[in-house]
Ligand binder design. Structure first.
Ligand SMILES: NC(=O)c1ccc[n+]([C@@H]2O[C@H](COP(=O)([O-])OP(=O)(O)OC[C@H]3O[C@@H](n4cnc5c(N)ncnc54)[C@H](O)[C@@H]3O)[C@@H](O)[C@H]2O)c1
Length: 386
């Protein structure tokens, strides 16, 4: 039997849990996948990481990521720490000959992202980035419909990622609002996913023009935080130096036009990621809160029957669905992480390129940096100029 692929995970909170769950599910639902072992988990707080190791099923723990990277019983470094930690850890891991799975956005800056992609390429290891929304079967189905020409020439991509968790001015200035830790606000935290989907589904982006706002410029500092929730320390305040909301219009290299709106100030929207794509032969609509469904308008339908149909993407024939439940038994957010890990370990085991890889992460960072530059200059920016 082949040796298991031995994982070392950095971070044990929101994404740490999502990745741990994904690795635990693999042998149960994707038994043909290469086997994996949850070798060691890493966090800075000894009590916290010890408890996480037990809860999330890891064999051991470390309190310094350098120790994790140095261990010779680990093949993959999986990075779920905030974005300011990605660059240093990924480069050290690649240089130590480890494969790297890294959460998005790849890095704080385009330069750092490029450095990470170079390090992985030079070391000849596999690098994958955590654009997990690609792995919803409905998104894969959208990709297949577009790639097979069923939508014809694509004219529009119209994407929105709407959340509301920071509308309250008393919500603390967590790391997601601190540029030195996250690089950018709504743009990098949620907009990055839509940029990736626009590229994945429609193609490369040539030029962008954006605007952004920071509605609340100062907030109490956090006393505790978990997932997207946090409590405030009312005695201390901090500056918000990232975008609360960013919108931009853009042109695809292939001629289609696009809009993306990313905001955490859209009251009532919790994880409202949605898009519509319009082509000469039809349209597609997706909303993450109904992630098992893909809406498709086929212009070839008879006039008397025309309209959007709702495809339930739960047939065994839909990508990844044969691994799960009988048809109509829907899957959720966490399954997207299982799917991305199934693909990643297959790529590692076969020595094949992963997808989305670090080059995709660089491409998204390049577009985000172009958007920020266009906002600063109040002008259009060509993505290739960066
Ligand atoms: N793919 C997605 O849908 C998605 C969703 C949320 C977050 N993310 C990304 O995942 C990353 C983490 O976000 P999160 O929400 O899980 O954050 P989080 O705050 O919930 O967890 C971060 C973890 O990293 C640990 N950590 C921080 N610095 C560290 C260091 N130097 N060494 C070791 N451990 C360290 C923390 O202790 C914590 O366990 C970010 O890059 C974020 O953009 C992706």
């Amino acid at each position: 039997m082949q040796q298991p692929i031995r994982f070392g995970l950095v971070g044990y909170k929101f994404m740490g849990k999502a990745h741990s769950n994904a690795l635990a599910r693999l042998p149960m639902f994707f038994p043909e996948s290469p086997s994996v072992s949850r070798q060691a988990i890493c966090g800075r707080d000894a009590a916290g990481v010890r408890s996480a190791a037990g809860q999330l099923g890891w064999q051991s723990y470390e309190t310094d990521w350098r120790r994790l990277v140095d261990r010779d019983d680990i093949d993959v470094i999986d990075i779920t720490a905030p974005s300011n930690a990605h660059h240093e850890i990924a480069i050290a891991a690649a240089r130590a000959g480890k494969h790297v799975f890294c959460e998005k956005p790849l890095a704080l800056t385009l330069d750092d992202a490029r450095g990470m992609a170079d390090a992985v390429r030079k070391a000849g290891v596999t690098g994958q980035i955590g654009f997990n929304y690609r792995f919803a079967p409905a998104i894969q189905m959208a990709h297949q419909l577009i790639a097979s020409g069923r939508l014809g020439t694509i004219y529009h991509f119209r994407g929105q990622y709407l959340q509301d968790f920071i509308v309250d001015p008393q919500f603390p200035r967590v790391w997601r609002l601190d540029r030195s830790v996250c690089g950018s606000g709504a743009l990098g935290d949620i907009g990055a996913h839509l940029i990736d989907l626009a590229r994945y589904l429609v193609g490369d982006i040539r030029e962008v023009s954006g605007m952004s706002r920071t509605f609340i410029r100062e907030r109490p500092l956090p006393s505790a935080m978990t997932g997207l929730s946090a409590s405030a320390d009312e005695t201390r305040r901090g500056v918000v130096d990232v975008d609360d909301a960013t919108s931009f219009v853009f042109g695809f290299t292939g001629g289609a036009m696009g809009t993306i709106e990313a905001t955490r100030f859209a009251q009532g929207n919790k994880n409202g990621m949605s898009f519509e794509i319009n082509g000469s032969k039809g349209s597609l609509r997706f909303h993450f809160e109904r992630m098992n469904e893909l809406e498709w308008y086929d212009a070839a339908d008879p006039q008397t029957e025309s309209g959007f149909r709702v495809i339930q993407c739960t047939e065994a024939a839909h990508p990844y669905m044969s691994a799960w439940w009988p048809v109509g038994h829907v899957i959720g957010y966490e399954h997207t992480f299982v799917h991305e890990m199934a693909d990643f370990v297959r790529a590692v085991s076969a020595g094949q390129p992963a997808s989305p890889d670090f080059a995709d992460g660089v491409a998204v960072s390049q577009i985000m940096e172009a958007v920020e530059l266009s906002i600063d200059r109040r002008a259009w920016v060509e993505v290739a100029s960066l």
